[in-house]
Design a protein around this ligand. Structure first.
Ligand code: ADP
Length: 151
C-alpha cells in the first residue's frame, strides 16, 4: 500500500491544501495529513481546531487520515512506516525552500518527496494571507473549505 504524509501547520487549512490533498488521493492509497506541533510557534488556531477543520473537510474520504506529530518529519515517517512525503509547490520561492528540505530529508532517511504543482485557481492562497484577512475582518470564506470557521 502506497501511503504519503502531507505535513504542515495548517493554520488554517486552505483551498490550496485541499486541492493538493484531493489530487494526492488519486496517486496514493492513503494520505496522512500530519499537523506538526512546534512549541516555539504561535498559532492562530488551536491544534484541536486545526485538526477538526481537516477532519470535517474530508469526512467523506476514507483514504485521508489526520494526525499530529512532534519532531522531525522523517522520523515520524519511519515511526509509522510511510515512504513518501507529499508537498505542494506554488512558486519559485516554494521550490527553493522545498528543495533544501527534500535534500536534507533524503540525507536523513530513504524517503521520497513527491511534489504537486498547485492548481492555477489556488496558487496565490497561503495560510498566512488567510490569517491576515481574518485579523482584519475580511471575507476569508473564499479561501478556505467551509469546515474552517472563526469564532
Ligand atoms: P508549513 O508550515 O510547512 O509552511 P503549510 O501549512 O503552510 O505548512 O503548508 C503545507 C504544505 O502545503 C506545503 O507543501 C505547502 O507548499 C503546501 N501549500 C500551501 N499552500 C498551498 C497552495 N495554495 N497550493 C498548493 N500547495 C500549498
Amino acid at each position: 500500500m502506497k501511503r504519503a504524509l502531507f505535513p504542515g501547520s495548517f493554520d488554517p487549512l486552505t483551498l490550496g491544501h485541499y486541492d493538493i490533498i484531493k489530487r494526492g488521493v488519486t496517486l496514493f492509497d492513503e494520505i496522512i495529513v500530519a499537523i506538526g506541533v512546534n512549541s516555539d510557534k504561535k498559532y492562530m488556531f488551536t491544534l484541536g481546531e486545526r485538526k477538526r477543520f481537516i477532519e470535517e473537510a474530508f469526512a467523506d474520504e476514507p483514504k485521508i487520515k489526520v494526525v499530529t506529530y512532534k519532531g522531525l518529519t522523517v522520523d515520524f515517517c519511519k515511526e509509522i512506516g510511510v515512504d513518501f512525503i507529499l508537498r505542494g509547490l506554488r512558486n519559485p520561492a516554494d521550490f527553493e525552500f522545498e528543495k533544501a528540505i527534500a535534500h536534507t530529508n533524503r540525507d536523513l532517511a530513504p524517503i521520497e518527496t513527491v511534489f504537486l504543482l498547485t492548481s492555477a485557481q489556488t496558487s496565490y492562497i497561503a495560510s498566512s494571507i488567510v490569517r491576515d484577512v481574518i485579523r482584519n475582518g475580511g471575507d476569508y470564506t473564499k479561501l478556505v473549505p467551509s469546515s474552517v470557521k472563526v469564532n
